[in-house]
Design a protein around this ligand. Structure first.
Ligand code: FAD
Length: 278
């Protein structure tokens, strides 16, 4: 990877305690691929919630790689946020991805709508005023699913960046033309911060039914055909999915993207293979 284009990974705290040690093995190996940063997700309200700090701390302190801890409006009161930021800073983590978060299954609409920080921008303003954290934010090349249109979404994205976001990470997308169109609009809006393109390797047919449909990202015919052809054969599907992601990344690099952010899904073999090919 040319170092003009940054490389980064996203990991998540594994759901089962017995899988927890594996994440550290993943991270030790992933560190050898020299990413510019590794981000760790936060699941509001789940039993894994506290694990984000532990993982981010390991990335920062043990591996010496910039860690980004995700934090969400959902599940964080002002007091929780203060405690969380203190713990992160004590662990040497100075970067966060400030998000609104989605409503967890167990949460009622009333609970969801009574959160203290309503939009990610509210969280960004608070962090900017009360901490020295470096703040990233999320953006959506195919618009956020609740936004009435891309233009409205971009207006709010500009507000978020103006509030203090210094880089953006995109939702996964599979059609680079959507990203290029989005980037033109982003720059035309006066948003000049680096934008890291989120790439999700599709290595099983099942992923389309879960992660992808939740993301709201469109699936181009080429990818749908590939799943129809290889979906039944595990290894062929994995190879074809990696090949698709690699072609996407090469094309993005040729178009001068700021960064490639791989949604690693904690899968070492896939992450390594992709990095080896780009
Ligand atoms: P916001 O920026 O707050 O936007 C949400 C919606 O509100 C948009 O439609 C926007 O247009 C609209 N909006 C914003 N401001 C206003 C306003 N002033 N008035 C009216 N409308 C407004 N979720 C997790 O729970 N944990 C994670 O770790 C996590 N990691 C993620 C990482 C990335 C890179 C991405 C792209 C998403 C991640 N998510 C995560 C999912 C994210 O929380 C959801 O997509 C959520 O629905 C939106 O979060 P946001 O920060 O983009 O929200």
């Amino acid at each position: 990877m040319s170092r003009n284009t940054s490389l980064s990974f996203e990991v998540f705290p594994p759901k089962k305690e017995e899988e927890f040690e594996n994440i550290f093995d993943f991270l030790r190996e992933a560190a050898k691929l020299h990413p510019d940063f590794i981000s760790c997700t936060y699941g509001a309200g789940g039993s894994r919630a506290g694990k984000t700090i532990e993982i981010a701390s390991f990335i920062q302190k043990e591996l010496g790689i910039d860690a980004i801890a995700h934090i969400t409006c959902v599940g964080f009161t002002r007091a929780d946020l203060e405690k969380n930021c203190e713990a992160l800073q004590a662990a040497g983590v100075n970067r966060v991805l400030a998000l609104r978060g989605d409503r967890p299954q167990h949460m009622t609409d009333e609970q969801f709508n009574s959160r203290e920080f309503f939009y990610a921008t509210d969280l960004v303003r608070y962090l900017k005023e009360h901490t020295s954290m470096q703040i990233s934010g999320a953006c959506y090349p195919e618009k956020h699913f609740e936004a009435p249109g891309l233009e409205e979404d971009l207006i709010h994205l500009k507000e978020k960046v103006d509030a203090g976001v210094s880089s953006l990470v995109t939702q996964m997308f599979f059609d680079n033309t959507c990203f290029y169109r989005f980037m033109e609009l982003v720059r035309a809006k006066g948003i000049s911060v680096p934008v890291h393109a989120g790439i999700m390797p599709i290595t099983t047919a099942k992923q389309l039914g879960t992660t992808v449909s939740l993301s709201g990202s469109s699936v181009p015919k080429e990818l749908a055909d590939l799943i129809a052809t290889y979906g039944e054969n595990k290894e062929d599907m994995r190879k074809a999915g990696i090949d698709y992601a690699v072609r996407q990344i090469r094309d993005l690099k040729e178009h001068g993207v700021d960064g490639i952010h791989i949604y690693s899904m904690n899968k070492l073999k896939t992450t390594k293979e992709i990095c080896g090919m780009i």
